[in-house]
Write a protein that binds this ligand. Sequence first.
Ligand SMILES: *[C@@H]1O[C@H](CO)[C@@H](O)[C@H](O)[C@H]1NC(C)=O
Ligand SMILES: *[C@@H]1O[C@H](CO)[C@@H](O)[C@H](O)[C@H]1NC(C)=O
Ligand SMILES: *[C@@H]1O[C@H](CO)[C@@H](O)[C@H](O)[C@H]1NC(C)=O
Ligand SMILES: *[C@@H]1O[C@H](CO)[C@@H](O)[C@H](O)[C@H]1NC(C)=O
Ligand SMILES: *[C@@H]1O[C@H](CO)[C@@H](O)[C@H](O)[C@H]1NC(C)=O
Ligand SMILES: *[C@@H]1O[C@H](CO)[C@@H](O)[C@H](O)[C@H]1NC(C)=O
Ligand SMILES: *[C@@H]1O[C@H](CO)[C@@H](O)[C@H](O)[C@H]1NC(C)=O
Ligand SMILES: *[C@@H]1O[C@H](CO)[C@@H](O)[C@H](O)[C@H]1NC(C)=O
Length: 447
Amino acid sequence: MRLIGFFVAALAALPEVVECAAGRVHHAKDGSVIGTTAGRPTILPKPLTTGKQFIKSERRKRTCFVDALGNGQDDGPQILAAAQECNGNGTVALLSPLYTIATPLDLTFLNGIDFDIQGTLKFTPDTDFWQENSFKYTFQNSSAFWQFGGYDVHIFGSGKGTIDGSGQVWYDLYAKDPLILRPILIAYNGLHQATVSGLKLRYSPQWYQVVIDSSDVIFDDIDIFGGSVSSNPAKNTDGWDTYRSDNIVIQNSHIDNGDDCVSFKPNSTSVVVQGLFCNGSHGISVGSLGQYYKVYDLVEDVYVYNITMINASDMARIKVWPGVQSALSVDLQGGGGIGLVNNITYDTMQISNVEYGIELTQCYGQKNLTLCNEYPSTLTIQNVMFKNMFGTASKKYDPTVGTLVCSSPSVCHNIYAQNINVVPPSGKAPKYTCTNIDRTLLNIPCV
Ligand SMILES: *[C@@H]1O[C@H](CO)[C@@H](O)[C@H](O)[C@H]1NC(C)=O
Ligand SMILES: *[C@@H]1O[C@H](CO)[C@@H](O)[C@H](O)[C@H]1NC(C)=O
Ligand SMILES: *[C@@H]1O[C@H](CO)[C@@H](O)[C@H](O)[C@H]1NC(C)=O
Ligand SMILES: *[C@@H]1O[C@H](CO)[C@@H](O)[C@H](O)[C@H]1NC(C)=O
Ligand SMILES: *[C@@H]1O[C@H](CO)[C@@H](O)[C@H](O)[C@H]1NC(C)=O
Ligand SMILES: *[C@@H]1O[C@H](CO)[C@@H](O)[C@H](O)[C@H]1NC(C)=O
Ligand SMILES: *[C@@H]1O[C@H](CO)[C@@H](O)[C@H](O)[C@H]1NC(C)=O
Ligand SMILES: *[C@@H]1O[C@H](CO)[C@@H](O)[C@H](O)[C@H]1NC(C)=O
């Protein structure tokens, strides 16, 4: 009798499992309608591709509904239980309006599963708890609330699903102590053959997304918005960072943030970024690279296409630390890394109110240029094309609209600029700072 009672309780705790179909109406226990399941959208790289394959996945056969507990109770454990239950040809459906997430979610065991997210997932603002319990990564002392990993995974928000990091408490705390560990909103850690689409990402404490040790992932229709309402800015809120990942497409998205719109960190290969609207960012950046002494960093085969960039520090940016160690800020130091940046194209960019249309530097983090030239970067930049850029810079460096600073000509090869038409707001003739670089390949007014 006691045993049966135990089993009934265990079953009741499991999510409801029913046959899967899009457009299925899901009811609460009282009979009211919670929502209707969405179909998995077909996501393909468009218009450009990396040239590599993305695998087609099967239709899902089961649905695990997770109904929010309400009243600020933690929905984390029941989302985890649903992911375990529906792993292997199922869909986890999150149709309630608001889920509270008070515990970290380790979803790195996935294999053949979809997430139909239509409600808001809101992380609690408990900074002590999260610093203690977030997932930790050695790269740049980063940490995350939530991690997804595994094979054949589709996460779709249908333009409604929202993930909210409750960032304000973190922006305010970081202003007091720059060594706190601000979680990344979502880490994709060891994720392969996946799509992430139709999500709204809000108020991340730090980077919005990091893609680590992953391959064959497409991001489509991601809407990022956040910012601080206090005098403490929302710092380091990159849209995406890719790290040790291959065959990644980021497309058709709107990003309103305060740091890199997209950043290619060490060992990012075969990446296409296209159709983005970025507002308030630090541009689309290769790097920073060469931060870790004697570590080899590679960024190769990247194509950035059709980007609108407004109110930003940069559009096309390549940042490499010099051959000497230096401190950019109390929580960011580095230099002396080795490696290669190869085959990078920036093509078709409309800019407005952007400090530099192009910023290439091999002296990142080192303001003393004499020192930078004394210890040139040990990371080579080669086969880079900047082409088809139009618009207006900001008045910050007017009439300078771009800067290309290599630390030595021997570590910068085949860097081209063609059809670049960026004007400063004053209407003066635009200028570019060009140092230690072959000017004959740059069709821009170098000074
Ligand atoms: C998922 O479906 C595939 C193909 O229909 C089948 O081979 C596999 O065993 C299923 N996996 C699970 C966990 O049910
Ligand atoms: C460029 O991207 C925008 C979305 O930001 C899209 O509407 C437009 O169709 C794209 N154009 C081309 C030529 O791909
Ligand atoms: C750009 O960002 C600023 C600051 O968040 C905001 O006021 C403005 O409306 C945004 N513009 C667009 C076009 O998104
Ligand atoms: C990048 O890949 C190279 C091999 O190509 C490896 O030696 C290096 O350690 C990797 N770097 C990082 C940061 O993982
Ligand atoms: C350069 O990178 C692009 C984008 O990934 C790729 O399509 C192209 O084949 C690469 N070129 C070479 C010469 O490898
Ligand atoms: C990581 O954090 C420690 C202190 O918490 C700091 O000493 C170190 O410089 C940081 N490393 C990087 C790469 O930011
Ligand atoms: C953002 O850019 C738009 C278009 O250039 C401009 O109208 C607006 O004033 C800018 N906003 C801020 C906050 O700089
Ligand atoms: C910059 O570095 C050079 C070479 O090491 C040194 O002589 C000079 O004093 C440094 N300048 C400043 C402002 O620190």
